[in-house]
Design a protein around this ligand. Structure first.
Ligand code: ATP
Ligand code: FE
Length: 351
């Protein structure tokens, strides 16, 4: 089974071709990601209008490049998968219109995919993991623990009540005049810092369950920064490193403890992570330890498959297609689409 996957929900225009063989093994035949970071950088965040326009301009090229690199024509495919949400509506519509056009022209089945399902099913794309498993999704826009029980069956065990950790890393970088996206820069600075100099809060550890919060932590870093500036007129290189180290240690502590609890609530044989923040090596090491303590295998996909890409959408499309789920090609684009609603009746689908 070979699918084309199209992703345009945020600031990456992506297309990929993925094949699943009879034994269930996946092969990524091509994966094209055309990022838009440089377009949005001057504005300090993703501008929806610019993103929509860039997707509209680049999608055709991304799809042709993905087919070329796979050495296939549309007629060789078994289906097309496209992200239908959650995300920015303009980009979603561009991707969905292109996908619908291709499906109508070729007669191929079209599958609408939840972007978060794409992230959450990635361990099965990279490592042939069986259901069920526990997924920690930590990205620029999301933070949640998911019990993944089937291609359409996700149970949210806990999630952030305010910011996502990637967003927090980006805001800390901004506070300290580091480049965007901030995660890798904060991690690098933290590597030379003392994580104990500043004792930042570990939000929600006093509350049962595995919900998370990161906005108070961000405020605490801001306050510490301002106190230093007021006292000494600016920040030294070491101050900046120590602030980053203290912040990163707090994020890692909170995520490690909440992961321990999530594994208690859902003792799965595998703990998998996805999302851009999963690139953080300090965090990975902590999660690996937590998994080992509960006898779970720890899986972190390679970074290019942790962040947004078309391969995860193609794969989620294949899984949905093979599961015999009803056709959902005419569902509308959805800016919000909670994952635990993935199998719920489609709103406004006309069916
Ligand atoms: P979503 O999938 O929720 O819509 P997104 O696609 O914007 O969000 P990703 O591409 O998965 O998010 O991840 C980007 C985020 O990952 C950014 O916030 C970035 O700062 C963060 N990030 C990347 N590398 C690191 C790192 N080494 N440490 C911490 N954070 C990181
Ligand atoms: Fe994403």
């Amino acid at each position: 089974t070979t699918f084309l996957g199209i992703e345009s929900s945020c600031d990456d225009t992506a297309a990929a071709v993925v094949r699943r063989d009879a034994a269930g093994r996946a092969e990524i035949l091509s994966s094209v990601v055309e990022g838009q970071a440089s377009l949005h950088a001057p504005f300090g965040g993703v501008v929806p209008e610019i993103a929509a326009r860039a997707h509209a301009e680049r999608l055709d090229h991304a799809v042709s490049a993905a087919l070329d690199q796979a050495g296939l024509r549309l007629a060789d495919l078994d289906g097309i998968a496209v992200t239908a949400g959650p995300g920015l509506i303009g980009g979603l519509l561009s991707g969905m219109m292109l996908a619908r056009g291709l499906a109508v022209a070729t007669g191929l089945p079209l599958v609408a995919v939840n972007h978060l399902a794409g992230h959450a099913l990635t361990p099965r794309l990279t490592d042939a993991v069986d259901y069920p498993y526990l997924m920690l999704l930590v990205s620029g826009g999301h933070c949640q623990f998911l019990a993944v029980e089937g291609p359409e069956t996700f149970r949210r065990l806990g999630s952030t009540i305010d910011d996502a950790p990637g967003e927090a890393f980006d805001k800390i970088a901004k506070l300290l005049a580091l480049p965007q996206p901030g995660g890798p820069h904060v991690e690098r600075e933290a590597g030379g810092g003392d994580p104990h100099r500043f004792r930042f809060p570990r939000p929600l550890l006093d509350r049962p369950g595995c919900d998370l919060s990161f906005s108070g932590l961000k405020t605490a870093v801001l306050r510490a920064r301002d106190e230093l500036i007021a006292a000494q007129g600016g920040l030294t290189v070491q101050d900046r490193r120590d602030l980053c180290a203290g912040f990163q240690a707090a994020v890692a502590d909170v995520l490690a403890e909440k992961t321990r609890r999530a594994l208690g609530m859902f003792p799965a044989p595998v703990l998998a992570v996805a999302g851009g923040v999963a690139a953080n090596t300090v965090l990975r090491a902590r999660l690996e330890t937590v998994a080992a303590e509960s006898g779970a295998r720890f899986l972190a996909p390679p970074l290019r498959l942790c962040t947004d890409n078309g391969a995860m959408i193609a794969w989620a499309g294949i899984e949905r297609h093979l599961s015999g789920a009803p056709a959902n090609a005419d569902m509308p684009a959805r800016s919000r689409w909670p994952l635990d609603e993935a199998a719920a009746p489609l709103i406004g689908s006309g069916k």
